[in-house]
Design a protein around this ligand. Structure first.
Ligand code: B4P
Length: 192
């Protein structure tokens, strides 16, 4: 199963991807986690990404694509993957399409977690208290939501127009949302 999870910051992508990894037995690839690992390691890439992320802005498309190519070259992605946090703009959507075609791993579903803005803000404020993530400050969150509306929402439309989009209501308990996703991506049973 090759799944792309789309949604605004705080929509539950990372949360649900962790559960889906167990269910589908394929790796969870989070571009946010890959970037945070680079920052923690103090690599040149991490040093470049750190300030950009803290401001709530998007790290450059070139860095992201290189990171993703590297991750997809690992053998654990052979049976599929759950991609969380990518693509975040139309250029990334195009680059990903080309990459997946080149490695012979076409996407099965683009699942969009639909959550109203007030709830996104509430959830991220909760995480800010619990985890103290630098980019969860009110100022960065405003910026991230604005970038989401300007750059990432068109990606959702792009997959809708290509007939690949599955919209899932992201409001409810973790179990409710998880069950909705599983139902949405389950193969349609033949009748008779
Ligand atoms: P991400 O790590 O992707 O951060 P995110 O958008 O906030 O989503 P995340 O998956 O962490 O949160 P979730 O909704 O699960 O990106 C961080 C930064 O990295 C970006 O701003 C950017 O700078 C950079 N970056 C990443 N990818 C990039 C790319 N492709 N291009 C350029 N830059 C990139 O959860 C949020 C909170 O809600 C949690 O506390 C969770 O517990 C809670 N929650 C989730 N579901 C819930 C539910 N059903 N009910 C109640 N609470 C829930």
């Amino acid at each position: 199963m090759r799944l792309v999870l789309l949604g605004a910051p705080g929509s539950g992508k990372g949360t649900q991807a962790t559960r889906l990894r167990e269910h589908l037995q394929v790796p969870h690839i989070s571009t946010g986690d890959l970037l945070r690992a680079e920052v923690a390691a103090g690599s040149p890439l991490g040093l470049e990404a750190k300030a950009v992320m803290a401001r709530g802005e998007l790290v450059s498309d070139g860095i992201l694509l290189g990171m993703l190519e590297d991750r997809f070259s690992r053998p654990d992605t052979r049976n599929g993957f759950i991609l969380d946090g990518y693509p975040r703009n139309l250029a990334q959507a195009d680059a990903m399409g080309t990459l997946l075609e080149r490695i012979g791993q076409p996407m099965d579903h683009a699942v969009f977690l639909d959550v109203p803005t007030e709830l996104l803000v509430e959830r991220i404020a909760g995480r800010a208290k619990a985890e103290g993530r630098e980019d969860d400050s009110p100022e960065s969150v405003r910026k991230r939501l604005q970038i989401y509306n300007d750059s990432t929402a068109p990606v959702v439309e792009y997959y809708r127009q290509h007939g690949q989009l599955k919209v899932v209501d992201g409001v409810g308990s973790l179990d409710d949302v998880f069950n909705r996703i599983v139902e949405t991506i389950a193969p349609v049973k033949e009748v008779g």
